[in-house]
Design a protein around this ligand. Structure first.
Ligand SMILES: NC(=O)c1ccc[n+]([C@@H]2O[C@H](COP(=O)([O-])OP(=O)(O)OC[C@H]3O[C@@H](n4cnc5c(N)ncnc54)[C@H](O)[C@@H]3O)[C@@H](O)[C@H]2O)c1
Length: 278
C-alpha cells in the first residue's frame, strides 16, 4: 500500500514538474531571434509550447528562425524591428496580442564593439547604448506596461558575464551590460507587486555571430585554426572545461520564462561554465 502511494506521488510529481516548464498556450516575444542566443531561446521556448514572435533588425534571419520553428511543429512568426526605435516594440506587442496574450518577453538583441577606455569613440558608445541599453529598456517598458495591466508575466534581459568582470577592450559593451542588470533589478522592485517578474541572464562565452569576430578572417569566413586557438584555452580555464552553446542559454531563459521560476525576480542567472562565480 505504502509502495503504491509512493509510486502515485512520483507520478504526480513528474506531472507537476513537466507542467511547471510547459509553456503551452503562452505567447513570447524574443528580440535578436535571428541569430545566436536569441534564436536558441526562441526555439526552446517554442519547443516548450509557446507561440513565439521572433523580432530582429535582420528581417530575413528572423523569418528563418520562425520558419524553422514552424517546420518542427511549433508556432512562430517574425517581425523586422530595430529595438533602438522605441515605437518598433509596439509592432512586437501587437504581433503577440494577435495571438491573444503576452506572457514572456526576452530582450536578446545586442551588439558589441571593441575599444579600450582611452580610445572609446562617442559614436561607438552611442551605438551600444542605443541597442543594448535603450533597446532593452524600450522592450522591457513595452512588455512591463502591458503585463502589469494584464495579470503579469516574465521579462528576461540578456546581460553578460562582462557586467561584473572587468574586461579589457570591451569597456563600452561591459558598461551597457552592467546597466541592463541594474535596470533589471530596479524594474523587478517596481513592478513585482503587479505580478511581473524581471530577471537577467549573464552568459559566459558562446560562439555566435557576435563572438566569431575573434576568429574571423577579414572576408568574414571562419579561420578554424584560430577558432581552436581562441576556444581551447577558454575551455581549459572553465571549471566545466568547455565554452557555452546557444542552447545552454536558451534553457536558462526557459527556466526564467516558466512557472518553475515563479519565486524568482530581480536575479541574474549566469550560465557560464563556472568561469565567473558570485
Ligand atoms: N555570445 C556570447 O558569448 C554572449 C555572451 C554574453 C552575452 N551575450 C549577449 O547575448 C545577446 C545575443 O548575442 P549573440 O551572441 O546571440 O549575438 P548574435 O550577433 O549572434 O545575435 C544578435 C542578434 O541581435 C540582432 N540585432 C542587433 N542589433 C539589433 C537591433 N538594433 N534591433 C533588433 N535586432 C538587433 C542581430 O541582427 C542578431 O540577429 C546579446 O545581447 C549579447 O550581448 C552574448
Amino acid at each position: 500500500m505504502a509502495g503504491c502511494r509512493q509510486r502515485k506521488d512520483i507520478m504526480e510529481n513528474s506531472e507537476t514538474v513537466t507542467a511547471a516548464f510547459n509553456l503551452s498556450g503562452r505567447v513570447a516575444v524574443v528580440t535578436g531571434a535571428g541569430s545566436g542566443l536569441g534564436q536558441a531561446s526562441a526555439e526552446i521556448l517554442a519547443g516548450a509550447g509557446a507561440t513565439v514572435i521572433c523580432g530582429d533588425v535582420n528581417d530575413e534571419r528572423a523569418q528563418e528562425t520562425a520558419t524553422s520553428i514552424r517546420s518542427t511543429g511549433g508556432s512562430a512568426e517574425s517581425v523586422g524591428v530595430d529595438v533602438s526605435d522605441e515605437y518598433a516594440h509596439h509592432l512586437l506587442l501587437d504581433a503577440a496580442l494577435s495571438h491573444g496574450r503576452l506572457d514572456i518577453w526576452v530582450n536578446s538583441a545586442g551588439i558589441m564593439a571593441e575599444a579600450q577606455v582611452l580610445d572609446l569613440k562617442a559614436a561607438d558608445l552611442d551605438a551600444l547604448m542605443n541597442v543594448n541599453v535603450k533597446g532593452t529598456l524600450f522592450g522591457a517598458q513595452t512588455a512591463g506596461r502591458h503585463m502589469a495591466e494584464h495579470g503579469g508575466g516574465s521579462i528576461i534581459n540578456m546581460a553578460s558575464g562582462a557586467m561584473q568582470m572587468p574586461s579589457p577592450d570591451i569597456a563600452a559593451y561591459a558598461m551597457t551590460k552592467a546597466s541592463v542588470v541594474q535596470m533589471t533589478r530596479i524594474m523587478a522592485l517596481e513592478i513585482g507587486k503587479r505580478g511581473v517578474r524581471v530577471n537577467a541572464v549573464a552568459p559566459g562565452f558562446v560562439p555566435t555571430s557576435m563572438t566569431s569576430r575573434y576568429y574571423q578572417r577579414p572576408d568574414g569566413s571562419i579561420d578554424e585554426e584560430m577558432k581552436a586557438a581562441v576556444l581551447t584555452p577558454m575551455a581549459k580555464m572553465a571549471p566545466l572545461k568547455r565554452v557555452g552553446e546557444p542552447r545552454d542559454i536558451g534553457f536558462a531563459v526557459l527556466y526564467l520564462a516558466s512557472d518553475a521560476s515563479s519565486f524568482l525576480t530581480g536575479q541574474v542567472l549566469s550560465p557560464n561554465g563556472g568561469v565567473v562565480m558570485v
